[in-house]
Design a binder for this molecule. Structure first.
Ligand code: 9G3
Length: 564
């Protein structure tokens, strides 16, 4: 394509409302334009990249036998009433009425729609397993759309749904789609981790998120520096072999600690370490008071408390509740001699504290030389703390590192949640009716485009991977007014296209500096520059990724590009 005919409105200045670098660069390089907050147009270069992402996804999904469909964005409210979600989603679900005042949702996701699509016709196990997917705009009225394509209100998603007769079938589909996702994100050149995202114990297999490592990411993941272990930080199990310090048990003493209340103040005052302190906090678990203990330097993870006690509601007790149930205010409470109605549970690390410090359940007082099992009892020990950087990886391989992540994929085992609610049943091989077992699988197609830019850019602009670049080669004629250069440019343009390269030819009557700045901003991986040595048939090749430049005869260009 000749750049003089293309609509690529590049900008020099950074859009003031763009915080994320991908938002800034995609706007400045003329790939996208915002219509209103969270709603974007894809200009020609942006559309080309989006299509490349879609093509990779289609190839991988089709390769595992999925079938592409296209469902409506307009969804009748009745379907969401059947699933019970019409009222559970608030303003985030965009709703409208048609001319007959019938209510609709704009599709935020399609579990209800696709279940209703199948339930009247898929009645026998012989039709299963089946995986259907679509690539389509989704609508979610985010409270705070931001970071450009990373969190929009209308965005492009690939959503797939699997249908099986039983959980074993779902596991097979889940694994196949998980593998397809690994291929998609690898082919997009992304540095990502597949992250355990469900609340189950270590190795929980019911939900994974695919996270692109980037500081702009909204999630924090904990991953191993030596294995492929990765988990949401709030889901990551802790597996540490603690050791008891080998020292004689000393007699418990009560000590004055003035108004020192935090672990670090008390530890400093008593000249001990936070690791030697017992942090005690009262939690209201389904309205019952539970004293939860952790080592002084650890943080309790409420998701883990919820799992350990199989609780519905887990809340930190207020100061009043603490005073009411433990008889003392926060900062001086501890596990020694608590009222019987207060259950005491502790993170595993507490069991290995020797001659520790804890609150004395009296204002201004703490105990020293406190030993679990001797000075206080615990109902049970469990993995209750947040994992920390430097912890050993729970799979025993390597050490935990934290990173921010952008969620670009999410796979769920739905089971019969929707098929039961919406009567999507099949007759199994024994003629017995049972609800279909489902899974749902999403990829953020437009979000991938931004995630790639977050990971692949430099001070001069975007650096597209070959797999997603809007063109293979950026051919630049430095001075189109110079006949030799113009002729060589045209000849090269024809030659490269003949060799099946997709060429963006900058034939504009612009200053050279403008062309080079735009080329670096747009980020096509190879630049072929026709300049001073045109009459010798020599051009300059520039690798946008490495910045490496080489002068080559026009006969060597394809080979150079192919091997780079
Ligand atoms: C809504 C709104 C927002 C939502 C949902 C529904 C997230 C919703 C979860 C999913 C599950 C899977 C298929 C593709 C993969 C993810 N945000 N989710 O269901 F009405 Cl407003 O979307 N759906």
């Amino acid at each position: 394509m000749k750049q003089s005919n293309l609509y690529i409105p590049t900008l020099r200045e950074v859009p003031s409302d763009a915080e994320a670098i991908s938002h800034q660069l995609l706007v400045r390089a003329g790939f996208i334009r915002q219509s209103v907050s969270g709603v974007y147009s894809f200009l020609p270069l942006g559309r080309k990249v989006l299509r490349k992402v879609e093509t990779i996804i289609r190839e991988e999904m089709d390769n595992i036998g999925s079938q592409e469909v296209l469902m409506p964005a307009l969804q009748p409210s009745e379907l969401w009433e059947e699933s019970g979600r019409w009222n559970t989603y608030g303003p985030e679900l965009m709703r409208l009425n048609d001319r007959h005042e019938r209510r609709f949702a704009l599709g935020a996701t399609h579990e209800e729609l696709i279940t209703s699509l199948l339930r009247d016709e898929v009645k026998s196990y012989k039709r299963l397993p089946m995986v259907l997917y679509q690539i389509q705009a989704k609508f979610r009225d985010e409270k705070r759309p931001r970071f450009g394509l990373l969190r929009g209100r209308e965005f492009i998603m690939k959503d797939a749904y699997s249908f099986d007769i039983d959980p074993e079938g779902l596991d097979r589909n889940y694994d196949a789609i998980y593998g397809a996702y690994m291929n998609v994100f690898n082919r997009c050149g992304l540095n990502f981790r597949a992250v355990i995202a469900d609340s189950g114990a270590m190795g929980g297999k019911d939900t994974h998120e695919f996270m692109v490592l980037a500081d702009i990411g909204e999630d924090t993941i904990a991953y191993s520096d030596e294995s492929d272990f990765a988990a949401n930080v709030e889901m990551a199990p802790v597996k540490v072999e603690y050791k008891k310090e080998d020292m004689p048990i000393r007699e418990r003493v009560k000590v004055e600690t003035e108004n020192k209340r935090t672990i670090s103040d008390v530890a400093e005052y008593l000249n001990v370490t936070p690791q030697n302190c017992i942090k005690s906090l009262l939690w209201m678990i389904d309205e019952k008071p539970v004293l939860v203990l952790s080592r002084g330097d650890h943080e309790i993870n409420d998701v883990k408390i919820k799992n350990a006690l199989d609780a519905e509601v887990v809340e930190l007790a207020t100061d009043d509740q603490t005073k009411e149930f433990v008889g003392c205010e926060v900062g001086y409470i501890g596990p020694v001699d608590v009222p019987d109605e207060v259950k005491v549970i502790a993170d595993h690390a507490v069991e290995y504290i020797v001659n520790g410090v804890c609150g004395a359940n009296e204002p201004l007082m703490h105990y020293q030389n406190v030993n679990p099992g001797t000075d206080f009892q615990v109902d049970f020990y469990d993995d209750l703390r947040f994992i920390e950087e430097g912890d050993p990886s729970p799979d025993g391989k390597g050490t935990i590192v934290f990173a921010r992540g952008i969620e670009v994929g999410h796979v769920f085992k739905l089971g019969t949640r929707y098929s039961e609610a919406m009567n999507a049943n099949i007759l199994d091989e024994n003629g017995k009716s049972k609800p279909i077992t489902m899974g749902s699988y999403g990829i953020g197609v437009s979000r991938i485009m931004a995630a790639v830019v977050e990971q692949m850019h430099d001070d001069n602009g975007i650096v597209w991977p070959k797999s997603l670049s809007p063109f293979d080669v950026h051919l630049i004629c430095v001075n189109p007014k110079n006949d030799t250069q113009a002729e060589l440019g045209e000849a090269l343009y024809a030659q490269l296209k003949r060799n099946r390269l997709d060429v963006l030819y900058d034939d504009r009557k612009e200053r050279a500096g403008v062309k080079f700045t735009d080329a670096d901003l747009i980020g096509i991986p190879f630049q072929v520059i026709v300049g001073k040595r045109a009459e010798e048939g020599i051009v300059e090749l520039k690798n946008r990724q490495t910045g490496e430049k080489a002068e080559k005869h026009l006969s060597e260009i394809e080979a150079y590009i192919a091997q780079a």
